[in-house]
Design a protein around this ligand. Sequence first.
Ligand code: NAP
Length: 370
Amino acid sequence: MLKVGFVGWRGMVGSVLMDRMHQQNDFSKINAVFFSTSNAGGDAPVINGASSKLLDAYNIDALLEQDCIVTTQGSEYTQKVLPLLKRKGYDGYWLDASSTLRMSDESVIVLDPINRHVIDKALKDGVKVFCGGNCTVSLMMMALNGLFANNLIEWISSMTYQSASGAGANNMRELLAQSGFLYNNVAELLTDSRADILAIDNRVNEILRSKDLPTGYFETSLAGNVIPWVDVALPNGQTKEEWKGASETNKILGFSPDAVKVDGLCVRVGSMRCHSQALTIKLNQKDLSLSEIEKIIASANEWVKVIPNTKEDTLKYLTPVAISGKLDIAIGRIRKLSFGDDYLTVFTVGDQLLWGAAEPLRRMLNILSE
Ligand code: NAP
């Protein structure tokens, strides 16, 4: 059985990965060892009734004993530890949730429902580094799997609505703390049905702009607000999150860097763990009917769910609230734009901790353990 070392298993992505592995009985297929950067010697998670102790995540000799290391610890850890391991001749697999190695020539970005052929070829070629993709990109590709597989896309413009969880656990907590702070400061006015709505609104604005609002992680309010900026700036005016749209999409597909054009605006909104995206898609043909397009999208993989373009279905099935905690990738509001028969618009929602982070890594580990 494959000896697998887990680093970062108690973080947000790591916890979701652990949950999914337990649900799917994946631990019966591997010998799991757990590492920690902060609590070596502490209790490791109990696996199939067996308890063990945590190993030091900087103990290179202990890491060298693993056939595969799965890290959801973050970029800094990868940058520090992988070069040390390689210097000592580590020849095992490295599965990584962080972005550090995604665009490296030595790595493949894993999203097997889309790129199993790329993964299989890489394994044959001796590739050892496999990275989870950017959450927004992976979710978009799962939704548009059918259009990609049939080579129907000329370009995509994406407008994202990204959840707090994409920024980390502390940001999720801050969104709730901000919401609570806001409510507590207007609760009295809200109980008075005769209170002037403009007075309430003025009070809300005062609170949202006050320095007492907790903003340590987002640097501004996310409650009652949207933040049209995700990740760091690039010299061309894009944010790095926006840059990942094209670069990771093409790498996942095994295409040259600019083969499919993807660009747009990435925006943080106040949902908890689902990313939504409004996509404008330029198709490379005009003669496909909407029902043919829906059929292609719906039949591409078992997780994508086409939602009828009605208000009732949209409110019920095409929202972060409806999708959170599920592997479903909802896609709806599908219609041709008035610009021409080759312009399509869709809205899609996916859980960014599942298909956006943990699930592609879990499935890659299964491919390795097979
Ligand atoms: P995280 O929740 O901050 O966890 C990372 C590590 O922080 C943990 O493994 C743990 O390491 C340590 N830690 C310190 N205090 C903790 C606490 N109170 N609770 C839990 N862990 C704590 O990071 P993450 O959001 O899972 O992200 C991990 C990597 O995945 C990053 O590179 C990120 O960019 C990437 N990623 C994230 C997402 C996402 O949606 N968040 C999506 C795709 C990829 P020790 O146990 O060793 O102390």
